[in-house]
Design a protein. Structure first.
Length: 92
């Protein structure tokens, strides 16, 4: 993550997307893959190795492709709601 936007110079050092993007990827991708796997199992009843060959690339590729846009979306929401504020230093 860059410390500042290259275009406008916005300070991004306070951004904290945390585990949010990963959780959303797990939920969205899980919903899609489980639904499709159940549909394939009900219609065709393939052996387990077919399921592994079908869903492993979809899960890995989908997770890689979805993570970056979801992280950017959460950072954009933080910016929109004025949550990208650097906290004051603690004097403890």
């Amino acid at each position: 993550m860059r410390q500042a936007c290259e275009v406008c110079g916005l300070d991004l050092s306070a951004q904290d997307a945390g585990d949010g993007p990963a959780v959303f990827v797990i939920f969205f991708l899980g919903l899609i893959v489980v639904g499709l796997a159940a549909l394939v199992e009900i219609r065709y009843s393939p052996p387990i190795w077919i399921h592994l060959m079908l869903w492993t690339p979809l899960i890995l590729g989908g997770a890689i492709m979805m993570l970056r846009p979801l992280k950017a979306g959460l950072i954009a929401l933080q910016y929109r709601h004025h949550l990208l504020v650097v906290p004051p230093p603690s004097w403890d």
